[in-house]
Design a protein around this ligand. Structure first.
Ligand code: UD1
Ligand code: UDP
Length: 385
């Protein structure tokens, strides 16, 4: 009789919950006889609009376990996750553990599994910013080097792994010491294609926020260097205030809780008041995935420091100002769809104008064919345990 392979998926931060829906969908619709998926939520994100909303609207199975670790310093948060995850892995004895991306939930899942000889499957492997001051860079490098199956979303990811000594030939049986690396495309492209077909049906955000297509800019900001360094947050909001008034363009800003908690304390009282009272800056609560897709589809441009949003701006053919000094998604910058500005006011203004006035954009196929999840599931079935 065909024995199903038991896979544990680790999610915790908003983008991981969203990413995981592609694999859960493939398991449910195509591989239910070969794979059994248990979901563990570390509880890194816990507000309803940072977590629960996605399980509901994206049809992700309710997590079997929730460690409820909540917020904390890197060490505290990761340590609590490690302890909880190890116990679950020992009890459940999965054949493999899936981790996504580069958050503290990613590194905790990978480390807890690898230390007790459970193969780690890293989705979104190989991405690098080459800036080890980013907690995410430390998480992703460490995670890649303890994985057995690595799935890269881009050619750049594959090259980065090769440069770090990964053997890109495919062994019949991958192990932690001789892992297999596959370039499979981006599962977020799978999700964006899938949900773009139905998002309009489920979202009324354009009406609720009284927005007109192509007459607003979608913006998000949450990166620690932008929120926690006062002069950076000041430069960013000062730029936004200037651009929105100059172009008479509404900025819609679904605000990450991290930024919400910091804004009043970090911005100068004058700028804080101006931003909160501006007729052009619309600060709203974080929105669900259907709403964000509708905003992405209808925006004139995107301004963000989010890894996910900068790439989705490319999927929906919107130019993007990236409020960071480096990006892991280098293709969109090299291809002229996005410009890196860091938190430099003048650079943000210049990049916005350049992208706003440019018209000869191209959108090559950097991110696969929208079938990455099925490819990944098949490799797990063929190569794990
Ligand atoms: C984390 C990830 C980051 C990812 C982001 C996605 C790490 C190191 N960072 O950053 O890579 O881009 O998630 O959104 O893993 N908070 C709430 N409610 C919540 C969640 C967070 O109020 O549901 C607030 C708390 O004040 C918390 C702060 O946000 O201290 C930061 O949360 P945390 O998960 O530590 O990091 P993020 O900035 O969200
Ligand atoms: N997102 C969302 N609602 C929002 C803001 C973002 O659903 O209000 C989605 C976004 O479309 C992307 C993901 O969240 O798929 C990105 O998450 P985030 O920016 O928190 O993290 P990052 O990608 O930077 O790690």
């Amino acid at each position: 009789m065909n024995q199903r392979k038991k896979i544990i998926t680790i999610v915790g931060a908003r983008p991981q919950i969203i990413k995981s829906s592609a694999i859960s969908r493939a398991v449910q619709n195509v591989f239910s006889e070969e794979l059994e998926e248990l979901i563990v939520h570390t509880g890194q994100h816990y507000d309803e609009n940072m977590s629960k909303v996605f399980f509901e609207e994206m049809n992700i199975p309710t997590p079997h376990f929730n460690l409820q670790v909540g917020s904390g310093s890197h060490g505290q948060q990761t340590a609590k996750m490690l302890e909880g995850l190890e116990k679950i892995f020992l009890d459940e004895k999965p054949d493999g553990v899936i981790v996504y991306g580069d958050t503290n939930s990613t590194i905790a899942g990978a480390l807890a599994a690898a230390k007790i000889y459970i193969p780690v499957i890293h989705i979104e492997a190989g991405l690098r910013s080459f800036n080890k001051a980013m907690p995410e860079e430390l998480n992703r490098i460490s995670c890649d080097h303890m994985s057995t199956l690595l799935f890269t979303p881009t050619e750049t990811g594959l090259t980065n792994l090769s440069n770090e000594g990964f053997d890109l030939s495919h062994k019949p049986k991958a192990t932690i010491d001789a892992p297999n690396v596959y370039h499979c495309g981006d599962i977020m492209y799978d999700n964006s294609l899938h949900f773009a077909k139905v998002a309009d049906q489920f979202s009324s955000i354009m009406e609720t926020e009284q927005l007109k297509a192509n007459e607003f800019v979608l913006m998000t900001v949450h990166r620690d260097t932008n929120t926690d360094i006062a002069e950076n947050l000041e430069a960013i909001f000062s730029a936004v205030d200037h651009i929105s008034e100059k172009h008479k363009l509404t900025f819609v800003l679904p605000l990450h809780p991290r930024t919400k908690h910091k804004m009043e304390a970090q911005l100068s009282p004058e700028l804080f008041k101006k931003v909160m009272e501006s007729e052009w800056i619309k600060i709203i609560e974080p929105v669900g995935f259907m709403d964000i897709i509708v905003l992405e589809k209808n925006a004139r441009m995107v301004v963000t420091d989010s890894g996910g949003l900068q790439k989705e701006s490319f999927f929906f053919e919107k130019p993007c100002v990236i409020l960071r000094d480096q990006t892991e998604w280098t293709e969109i910058v090299e291809n002229g769809n996005a410009i890196l500005t860091g938190a430099n006011r003048d650079e943000i203004l210049a990049a916005f104008d350049t992208l706003f006035n440019k018209s000869d954009y191209t959108y090559p196929t950097f991110y696969g064919d929208g079938k990455a999840a099925e490819f990944i599931c098949q490799k797990i079935i063929d190569e794990i345990a």
